[in-house]
Design a protein around this ligand. Structure first.
Ligand code: COA
Length: 301
């Protein structure tokens, strides 16, 4: 399709495979599959859920929210359901909001999903982006308890001064869809990758340091760092700056590419299912994406 090579993609990104959804399904469908697994593992009924939050920038349609479409598919009535547009940080923004509602005892069970179909917004003629993005979904069910463990803190940030670095220029109020916007391929993701890369390494390093400091723990006490899977080199550079060894980092970018808001919950799910997380472990989740946005959560499992 484009002038690239397996060698370039592997060396520059760490990606070997990606998942691309069949054209017959949409974001809410894969969100549903992930949600069903989370609900089953939590051992509750869908009707017990009190709020649905979906992090996505590639929802089924501009409106209504994909969270509402998911709610319908789950057969749940009359609970709040909304999407978060924080790109790759969307799942962690959702976790942060859910944590607040749980800790204030306003909600008992909150479903937080990260679901994306980036393949539908990828310009397959643009080699700087089309080798990176993939489709996927992950979900978590949050609830409260009386102990001290669980989510210790969440940290969410944004700086709109960098909004030009990653965007889908058309299809909104600024550039509504027209023949011109379609012809000029403005409905696809545009990214200034190299600039974003440098800011990501710097920002994520400080974010992880601040999250640890806030909780009075050291990088050495971390059992697992679960980063957004944007680029293997970003993950390694952040880990090196913090002195975290590779065996304490969850990395699965080689299988899925960059799945934006879905990447952290997919990696978290794989870490749990493969036994990499044990009770009392300190787990740090972090992400960085369009906006720019960035977010973290420290969990005592
Ligand atoms: N195949 C081959 N060559 C490619 C290519 C591809 N798929 N894509 C770009 N190139 C070329 C460029 O044209 C450039 O060529 P030039 O030196 O002749 O001008 C060269 O490779 C280097 O490009 P550059 O953009 O500097 O590469 P990079 O090392 O920064 O890697 C990314 C590109 C996109 C992989 C990397 O910048 C990245 O991952 N950025 C961060 C993305 C991110 O975190 N986003 C936020 C969350 S979504």
């Amino acid at each position: 399709m484009v002038d690239t090579s397996d060698e370039w993609i592997t060396e520059r990104t760490g990606i070997k495979e990606r998942r691309i959804a069949d054209s017959s399904i949409s974001t809410s469908d894969i969100a549903l599959e992930a949600s069903k697994k989370a609900i089953k593992d939590a051992g509750i009924k869908a009707s017990e859920i009190s709020m649905i939050i979906v992090g996505t920038i590639t929802g089924d349609m501009p409106m209504p929210a994909t969270a509402c479409l998911l709610q319908k598919k789950l057969g749940i009535k009359d609970i709040p359901a909304f999407d978060i547009n924080a790109a790759c940080s969307g799942f962690l923004y959702g976790i942060s909001i859910a944590d607040g509602f749980i800790k204030s005892k306003s909600c008992k069970y909150i479903l937080v999903v990260g679901a994306e179909m980036l393949s539908r917004f990828t310009d397959w003629k643009d080699r700087t982006t089309c080798v990176i993005f993939g489709d996927g979904a992950g979900a978590a069910l949050l609830t409260g308890h009386n102990g001290k463990d669980g989510i210790l803190s969440t940290h969410i940030h944004a700086d709109g001064n960098f909004s030009d670095l990653i965007k889908i220029p058309a299809g909104g109020s600024q550039k509504p869809t027209s023949e011109l916007t379609v012809r000029e391929r403005m409905h696809f993701i545009k990214m200034k990758g190299n600039e974003t890369f440098k800011i990501a390494v710097k920002t994520l390093g400080s974010l992880v340091e601040d999250t640890l400091k806030h909780n009075g723990i050291t990088a050495q006490q971390l059992s697992l760092l679960i980063p957004h899977q944007a680029n293997k080199r970003i993950i390694s550079a952040v880990a090196e700056r913090l002195g975290i060894s590779e065996d304490k980092i969850m990395m699965n970018i080689e299988k899925y590419g960059n799945t934006s808001a879905a990447s952290v919950p997919i990696a978290l799910d794989e870490a749990v299912r493969s036994g990499r997380i044990k009770p009392k472990d300190y787990i740090l989740l972090e992400a960085f994406g369009a906006g720019l946005t960035w977010a973290s959560a420290l969990i005592r499992w």
